[in-house]
Design a protein around this ligand. Structure first.
Ligand code: DGJ
Length: 732
């Protein structure tokens, strides 16, 4: 809901449990008065009226008593007398970088509008239910420069989330260069915060990192042309004592898959400013007269129920308002992928043998990974040559797909359409289509170049090449991979003065391609991948409802990776496979049961050579899959709680949408000597309702499971895992 307090010049944005309050000051600067748990009232501006004047800060508008730098400026602009980090930095033809934006008007729009060319959280009120979504548009103007800025805040009441984005409009006669334009910014009159980000690297993505803030600036960013393995476009500020279930959390997540930056600055007056948007390093966008520039949007989530509270808000919002609606609710197929089973070394017989085994254990989808096209038998060639290698496959893709269907399996393929190999017909025909700097040898990584998707002809090629493969109705799933970052950023088609636009133009190009392909093939399930979780972000989730979390398939490594990803992304978006032991990335040997329980936290799949399994092993796999089929809806639609995330033990649970079924998992990494019996406390159950522990005759109340917990068996095994099912029952 958006309430406009006209006399107070104040806007109160409220969701079911939160409020954000913005205020227009006399000077025309807009400040953020409040963001947090829901507040009621008609007057809020005393929060800034009562500020005591600080010394040595620049006066504003000649008023010695007004020093903008100490105010919680909503969207700070370089050039105003606020010398902290700006959200907007423009450069003009005369060399000036000074912009003086003041509030000019507002509008309240019903629903949520799509941002042209960019993925966004959507208003899905057309699904028949009444929409509680509304948008506040605040317009600012610098009349002498002919610049307008619109800030858009969309409120998702039931979902407890707010999205923010900006539009810049050049009404002047000349060009303006946008050097920095953030999607969202929020300033707090406080500095007692911890800051949580997600860090890591290939095969160890999504490490939670927490630090307390000090005066100065903290930045997490990607300059890679992708959100990256080592960072995620996410940042949260929390109360210092915030836990999984208590305390305030303020999370921001950018709906964008390219280079980004997220920063927090604690200033001299002990105030904190957090912001997020497109990476400003090596960015500059020429905004011609009459043009508009749209930023991606940021999702802002506040919870006073700790980190689980924040995660649950993100999860529900992304399932119901971001992911492709026709996929969000559909049971995700259990895949068998041939990558770790064969790598590039397969032929028709091997694939069909694997498919027979996959069907035998109850899998639902066979995914043919890398190596089915051109003459690709290693990562050294053929990207771009999307022609089926019929000799290797012993026939057409269609024919192979039909074989899968005959076995009762769906059929999926791997593609990496953004890339080209130096050894490919495509590169030989169009060497100028790659991103590469003049006078330099183009940089290769994993033996490949990045196609310049800022160019229309390249985009058209990619769309047609992929569509040609997908047409014919035999493909049910595509794993869309991306295995290198953009290094020598230069486009043959941009003018010298516009080269810094390339990284963002690449993303717009990619989104355009995905928009068209997902519209043309709505029945195909797209799974995102970038050497694992190198581009796992809300931008990709808008097109691809599931993402390969990491190339690291070791169950123990996955505990940390999936725990970090779960801070923001719902279980149903996490593609998780059981693989062989010793594990291919780390050599660790873990029990199959543990691998299964860990993979069941998300969308379960398998990638191991099933033809080498013993009959006993296959039976165990079939049982695992059979069980998963009975519970996957709990993981897919349910509410997720992290129960433990320590160094040595992890536990989590899902509660089904109707609250009647519970699935909980626990893994002990290393066995511990001389311990006393431990109990695992559950969360989120109805205190007075009764729940039966499946497989036993134990029936207890929700409050008992919450406060007294489940008994953890004292296992003498490393990598020991347990999974429990509970069901709500009538009072016994
Ligand atoms: C990287 C992916 O993450 C792997 O799962 C696999 O698809 C390879 N690429 C194939 O080249």
């Amino acid at each position: 809901m958006i309430e406009v307090l006209e006399r107070e010049r104040t806007f109160h944005l409220s969701t079911e449990h939160t409020s954000m309050i913005l205020h227009v000051m006399e000077s025309g600067h807009v400040v953020s008065l409040y963001w947090g748990g829901k507040v009621y009232g008609k007057e809020f501006s005393y929060i800034v009226d009562e500020l005591k004047k600080a010394s040595y800060l620049a006066w504003t508008d000649g008023n010695r008593n007004f020093r903008l730098e100490q105010y919680p400026v909503l969207y700070p602009v370089f050039g105003n007398p606020d010398l902290r980090s700006p959200a907007l930095h423009l450069r003009y033809e005369d060399g000036s970088r000074i912009t003086n934006l003041r509030y000019s008007s507002y509008r309240v729009l019903s629903g949520k509008q799509k941002i042209p060319g960019l993925p966004t959280v959507m208003d899905r009120s057309e699904d028949g239910k009444e929409s509680d979504e509304a948008t506040l548009e605040l317009v600012f103007a610098d009349r002498s420069r002919g610049i307008r800025l619109k800030l858009l805040f969309s409120v998702f009441g039931k979902h407890d989330a707010i999205t923010q984005s900006a539009v810049l409009i050049n009404d002047s006669k000349g060009s303006v260069w946008v050097e920095k334009v953030m999607s969202a910014c929020f300033s707090f009159l406080a500095d007692e915060f911890d800051c949580i980000t997600l860090t890591g690297a290939w095969a160890r993505e999504f490490r939670r990192t927490r630090q307390s803030l000090r005066q100065g600036k903290f930045l997490v960013d990607s300059r890679r042309g992708a959100s990256g393995h080592g960072q995620n476009p996410f940042l949260a500020l929390t109360d210092p004592g915030c836990t999984e279930d208590t305390g305030n959390v303020y999370g921001m997540n950018l709906v964008y898959s390219g280079s980004f930056e997220a920063s927090v600055e604690v200033d001299m007056q002990h105030n904190t400013r957090m912001m997020m948007g497109i990476q400003s390093f090596d960015f500059s966008w020429e905004l011609h007269s009459g043009e508009e520039f749209y930023t991606p949007e940021a999702v802002l989530v506040h919870s006073d129920r700790g980190l689980n509270g924040m995660s649950q808000i993100f999860h529900r919002l992304y399932r119901e308002r971001l992911m492709p609606p026709n996929w969000a609710e559909r049971p995700r197929p259990i895949a068998v992928n041939n990558w770790e089973a064969t790598y590039f070394d397969f032929d028709r017989k091997k694939l069909l043998d694997l498919a027979d085994e996959a069907a035998g254990i109850g899998a639902e989808l066979f995914v043919l990974d890398d190596g089915w096209f051109g003459h690709r038998n290693s990562d050294g060639s053929s990207l771009g040559d999307w022609k089926v290698n019929e000799e290797k496959l012993g026939g057409s893709l269609k024919n192979l797909g039909q074989e899968m269907k005959e076995r009762g399996l769906g059929f999926g393929i791997w593609m990496e359409p953004e890339m080209v190999s130096p050894d490919s017909d495509l590169f030989r025909a169009h060497p100028d289509w790659i991103i590469a700097a003049p006078l330099e040898e183009p940089q290769v990584a994993r033996n490949q170049y990045v196609l310049d998707l800022s160019r229309k002809c390249v985009r058209e090629f990619v769309i047609e090449a992929v569509a040609e493969i997908l047409e014919g109705g035999v493909i049910d799933y595509v794993k869309w991979d991306m295995n290198r970052n953009i290094t020598d950023a230069f486009s043959g088609e941009l003018f010298p003065g516009n080269q810094k636009e390339l990284m963002h133009r690449y993303m717009l190009g990619l989104y355009g391609i995905l928009e068209e392909l997902t519209e043309r093939f709505p029945e195909i399930l797209f799974e995102g991948c970038a050497g694992g979780g190198g581009r796992y972000d809300p931008g990709m989730l808008y097109y691809m409802p599931q993402i390969w979390v990491s190339d690291d398939t070791d169950a123990i490594e996955r505990l940390r990776i999936q725990d970090g990803a779960s801070l923001i992304y719902p279980s149903v978006s996490m593609s998780c496979h059981v693989s062989a032991v010793p594990n291919h990335q780390i050599g660790r040997i873990t029990p199959l049961k543990t691998r299964g329980i860990v993979a069941m936290q998300g969308v379960l799949g398998y990638e191991q050579d099933l033809t080498k399994c013993t009959e006993k092993g296959k039976k165990e796999l079939a049982e695992q899959i059979g069980y998963y089929k009975t519970v996957r809806h709990i993981m897919q639609e349910g509410t997720f709680y992290r129960l433990r995330a320590g160094e040595n033990d992890y536990a989590w649970m899902h509660i089904s949408r109707d609250g009647s079924e519970i699935l909980a998992g626990y893994v002990q990494v290393m066995a511990k000597p001389n311990t006393v019996p431990e109990r695992l406390q559950l969360k989120g159950l109805e205190e007075k309702a009764w729940y039966a522990l499946e497989g036993t005759d134990i029936v207890r109340t929700g409050s008992q499971w919450i406060h007294c917990g489940l008994e953890l068996d004292q296992s003498m095994e490393d990598y020991h895992a347990v999974q429990w099912g509970l069901r709500r029952v009538e009072m016994p």
